[in-house]
Design a protein around this ligand. Structure first.
Ligand SMILES: [Zn+2]
Length: 666
């Protein structure tokens, strides 16, 4: 029967379940557990899934009746969520393409609706994502598992124009499922839940708060997981909490501490040659790769060469062998859980079922990623299912300065192969610091010029802006300036006006650390409209780029001398740059800062007594490349699926190949 539409989420929740009701439900449930254990449902999530689920075509590479044989390792995880299991909390730290969503998350929700109903909350990285998951995945699961009759017609309001609010919820006999984002404080204050699913928790914002404009910043509400978990206290004896995530940054990961809190299970599989049970891993602690591959003379992957080497007998295991060894595997705990009833699992994409991400795909992804920090981070997160550990210490400026090369500023050394030149400018009140950088393939860089041009920067006709214009319109190392980013944090209107005098390629830039949410993708910037100007501003994640610069500065040859051959990422400097420059280039450090909720986060700090203009200029000069790359991806992207796939697969290597072709043609 259709439910009347409601006016607010809070009202819905109050109507769905009052505290008295929930206490009644608990008493009833607890009573039945104690007195008549036979009434506890003996059907497991695993059994329910095989008996009821049909995977629809279009949403899965393997449509048809659901079978655990495809990804057998997911069954134990799902079974922890059965009413008969005494496991209360499950944390899954995982790579992509391991069928967690279908195998655990969807089956759990189906089981709740079909077998063991109760008030349930599904929390994803943001509200939109949570709602989309429910609409796209849970709805289909409900239909295909024959649960549609159990779910009441939806009272969901598609568009509430006043609040811009849409609510995704399912109501069924004995419970409901509510999909929300991690800003849970105010929403959940007044009710209880028996089931909670926290999906992609490493993508939750670091600080959750409600907007409080009077304070000029957001008031911290505290950890969303702790807040939501409090809502299950009334159901302590029968609750189930599931945490799942692909891990992101090590310093801020939420899933990793949860994994460490549990019994840390890894999936062991037998070698087909010697039967030795082992955990599939990418590398040994000594750095040896377990997945082996060869490349041809052109650096392309030789597909037939890809195999996993048994850690005991060194026999070759192929991707197609997964169909045999995955079902023969078992989970083994490697630690004692710090709380009873707390299980934790780790699974990487090396276990991805046959027909999904293959070992060949993974080797190819590695080849594309190994020299590109952004892609490497994504590889570590999504393929290996591991956190990314950043090395944030500033490089020692003496070491970088020692390896200055035999070329004068304004020139390049013999053998340099620059493809484009970019400019980064940092605007102060009485001067503009500017760096001109020549870039070769794979971001090998030559600093061509670093200058601080004096002048009052509030005067657009003044000397400082004139000098900057000359640099931007000039040629450097024989090349015109490809792009320039001008810091607009200071004297913004003048910066916008200055940029508008160029037809294209010269844009205002502003650092925005909040863009960090995009880490793991190739985009570290956003293009924003500026009211009153037609020029768009580039908002850039400076932390990400500083990290990339430091990693580049830390690259070098074994003997510490400048490389003679092309060297991806290497930073070359002319011999007439002084100590002051190198101290500025390495002026900031990435340090851990403890937030109010006791969690850590990494922030960039200026070291005592240092200035950082040279580092900022380099951030903007490098940012020019990020923007060029990102805009190229957008250009390819288009509407149809084929173009979208092509855009996804566009690599930095493709970018440099195109840049080389353009340079050759000109
Ligand atoms: Zn073996």
């Amino acid at each position: 029967m259709p439910l009347a539409s409601v006016t607010s989420l809070a009202e819905t929740l109050r109507r769905l379940i009052s505290p008295e009701q929930s206490r009644g439900m608990i008493k009833a449930a607890a009573g039945s557990l104690d007195l008549i254990p036979d009434h506890v449902n003996r059907v497991t999530v695993g059994e329910w899934a095989e008996e009821n689920r049909i995977l629809p075509t279009g949403l899965t590479p393997m449509p048809g009746p659901f079978r655990w044989g495809v990804a057998p390792y997911m069954r134990e995880i799902a079974d922890c969520l059965s009413e008969s299991s005494d496991v209360r909390e499950v944390a899954v730290m995982k790579g992509a393409q391991v069928t967690f969503t279908v195998g655990v998350l969807e089956n759990f929700i189906g089981y709740i609706i079909g077998v063991a109903p109760g008030p349930s909350i599904f929390i994803s990285a943001d509200k939109g994502m949570a709602e989309a998951s429910v609409e796209l995945r849970v709805d289909r699961m409900i239909e295909s598992a024959g649960l549609a009759g159990k779910v009441f017609s939806q009272s969901e309001k598609k568009h509430n124009k006043k609040t811009g609010d849409t609510k995704a919820k399912k109501e069924f006999a004995g419970g409901f499922l509510l999909a929300i984002g991690p800003n849970v404080g105010a929403k959940l204050r007044s009710f209880s839940a028996r089931y909670e699913v926290f999906d992609e928790i490493d993508a939750y914002p670091q600080e959750i708060g409600t907007s409080d404009h009077t304070k000029g910043k957001t008031a911290n509400e505290g950890d969303p997981i702790a807040l939501a978990k409090k809502r299950t206290v009334a159901f302590e004896q029968i609750r189930k909490i599931l945490y799942g995530s692909t891990p992101l940054d090590d310093s801020t990961s939420r899933i990793k501490p949860l994994f460490l809190k549990g019994d840390q299970r890894y999936y062991n599989v037998p070698c087909k040659h010697c039967g030795h049970m082992q955990v599939l891993r990418w590398r040994d602690p000594d750095g040896t790769f377990r997945l082996k591959y060869e490349t041809d003379a052109a650096g392309r992957l030789v597909h037939d060469s890809v195999h996993y080497e048994c850690e005991k007998c060194r026999g070759a295991i192929r991707n197609s062998d997964k169909a045999v060894f995955l079902p023969a595997g078992e989970w083994r705990a490697t630690a004692e859980a710090s709380e009873p009833g707390f299980r934790s699992y780790h699974i990487s994409a090396l276990y991805s079922p046959v027909g999904m991400q293959s070992w060949e795909d993974i080797c190819q992804e590695w080849i594309n990623a190994k020299d590109d920090l952004t892609k490497l981070r994504a590889f570590v997160n999504t393929v290996l299912g591991e956190t990314w550990v950043e090395k944030g210490e500033a490089p020692r400026y003496e070491r970088i300065m020692m390896r200055r090369e035999e070329y004068k500023k304004g020139h390049l050394p013999d053998g340099a192969l620059p493809l484009v030149v970019t400019v980064g400018a940092d605007v102060q009140s009485d001067r503009i610091a500017v760096e001109v950088v020549a870039w070769g393939r794979d971001k090998e860089s030559w600093s061509v010029l670093y200058e601080e041009v004096p002048g009052d920067t509030s005067d657009i006709d003044g000397e400082a802006w004139k000098a900057l214009r000359q640099i931007i319109t000039g040629r450097h190392a024989g090349l015109p300036v490809f792009r320039a980013l001008i810091d607009s944090g200071f004297n913004s209107p003048v910066v916008y006006q200055f940029c508008e005098t160029f037809v294209s390629g010269v844009l205002p830039v502003k650092g925005d650390a909040r863009l960090q949410a995009d880490r793991g993708t190739s985009r570290v910037y956003a293009l924003r409209e500026v009211p009153g100007y037609y020029v768009k501003r580039v908002d850039l994640d400076p932390g990400h780029l500083k990290q990339e610069i430091y990693n580049s500065l830390n690259r070098g040859t074994a003997d510490g001398k400048p490389p003679k051959a092309p060297f991806p990422g290497y930073c070359h400097h002319p011999f007439d740059y002084g100590e002051r420059y190198f101290r500025m280039l390495t002026a900031e450090e990435r340090v851990r800062e403890t937030t109010r909720d006791g969690k850590g986060r990494m922030v960039w700090h200026l070291q005592h007594g240092r200035r950082n203009e040279a580092l900022d200029c380099r951030v903007y000069a490098l940012g020019c490349l990020s923007v060029a790359y990102g805009e190229r991806v957008k250009e390819i992207e288009g509407e149809d699926a084929e173009a979208k796939r092509e855009a996804r697969e566009y690599t930095w290597s493709d970018f440099w190949t195109e840049v080389e072709a353009i340079k050759k043609a000109s």
